[in-house]
Design a protein around this ligand. Structure first.
Ligand SMILES: [Mg+2]
Length: 123
């Protein structure tokens, strides 16, 4: 069965680029515009194989989103990657503590994203 990815970013352009990359790699893609939207979209029990989220977003940021997702049994072990312009060590630490699996710094590079996903996805 195909894998599903949840993409969360407040930039439509960024969502489009990530969605294009993952769709081409065979994923079914669900998009959300911020953390709150993402939580709403998985509230029905939607299970994702991987989550790629931005950090800085209105309503609910990436770190708050990760904390919310980690409370759900369906997301306890789901790889969650942060894709952000933010590279400060304390932000990365906060992400790690919230339960982020990995951290990728923008500008967006499709190859790096796919390699990182391949590394964190169970075969
Ligand atoms: Mg943003």
């Amino acid at each position: 069965m195909g894998k599903t990815a949840l993409i969360v970013d407040d930039s439509p352009t960024m969502r489009q680029m990530v969605a294009f990359t993952l769709t081409n790699a065979g994923f079914t893609v669900i998009e959300a515009q911020d953390g709150k939207d993402a939580v709403n979209k998985v509230a029905g029990g939607g299970k994702m194989d991987v989550v790629v989220t931005d950090l800085n977003m209105p309503e609910m940021d990436g770190i708050a989103l990760i904390k919310e997702l980690r409370k759900l049994s369906a997301f306890r072990f789901t790889p969650i990657l942060m894709l952000t312009t933010e590279s400060a060590a304390e932000k990365k630490q906060a992400g790690k503590e919230a339960g982020a699996t990995g951290w990728i710094v923008k500008p967006f590079n499709p190859e790096i994203l796919l390699k990182t996903i391949a590394r964190v996805l169970p075969a």
